[in-house]
Design a protein around this ligand. Structure first.
Ligand code: 1Q0
Length: 215
């Protein structure tokens, strides 16, 4: 199970984890991908209990991937590339409707992958925001441009409600624990291209294998 308390935690460390995701030949290490997500969830938990229904789903999915990594076929789960190949070659993925493999690595990671696009859009807005900018608005705009397209109405409704409970920009910057607003902006500028790259490599892999719409 997953530890969620860490007083020294800074968002910088989390975003650094995504840097270590990519191998030299642009493979995505699942272990680091999962570690990056754990850090994000920890951050989300520090924002308050309104977000716990979101955190809970993220943790469930992270745990599924950890179980694959630690399972008897773990060697096939070292990279996202090897995972996709292994699961597709062995018919371990539900391709058109939910059925035998509700916990396939491919469909589970796809949910986090879509959320990573939300994160990218949100952090980019935060990076270019001003003191007057509203975090709830930045968050919902990023969500509407990405993740919401994959969510049922009831989930969109619940997410929209949670966004209104987001703390303001100043609190956000504090919780990140990175330093002055200027330092936060610099850190985000450094980290975002790395997150984008991890996102794009995964997106291309899923597109090539025709698995962007797994149920
Ligand atoms: C900081 C506020 C966080 C806002 C997160 C926006 C995402 C809202 C998503 C609402 C998800 C609702 C829970 C259930 C959804 C599932 O139905 C869905 C599909 O799965 P399935 O198995 O039913 O097919 N699950 C998902 O789409 C996965 C969603 C994971 C969302 C994880 C978002 C975690 C983000 C954390 C980063 C917060 C830190 C931001 C750092 C900002 C720095 C200041």
């Amino acid at each position: 199970s997953v530890a969620v308390e860490d007083p020294k935690f800074t968002l910088q460390e989390v975003l650094d984890t995504f840097k270590s995701c990519l191998s030299e030949n642009k493979e995505v290490f699942l272990e680091h991908y999962v570690a990056g997500w754990l850090g994000l969830v920890r951050f989300m938990n520090s924002l308050g209990s309104v977000f716990s229904f979101i955190a809970k789903d993220a943790v469930n999915k992270i745990q599924i991937l950890i179980n694959h990594l630690n399972g008897e076929n773990g060697a096939h789960y070292v990279t996202v590339q090897s995972m996709v190949k292994y699961e597709l070659d062995n018919q371990l993925v539900d391709l058109t409707k939910r059925g035998s493999f509700p916990e396939s690595g491919c469909r589970t990671l796809l949910r986090l992958h879509r959320a990573l696009r939300w994160l990218e859009l949100f952090l980019e807005r935060l990076r270019t925001s001003t003191e007057e900018s509203k975090t709830s608005l930045m968050c919902s705009e990023a969500y509407n441009e990405s993740l919401s397209q994959h969510h049922a109405w009831i989930i969109r409704k619940a997410a929209g409600t949670a966004f209104w409970a987001l703390p303001g920009r100043a609190t956000f910057f504090d919780v990140m624990n990175v330093g002055t607003p200027e330092q936060v902006v610099t850190m985000l500028g450094d980290a975002l291209p790395l997150i984008s790259e991890v996102y794009q490599v995964t997106e291309d892999l899923y597109a090539q294998n025709n698995i962007l719409d797994l149920p």
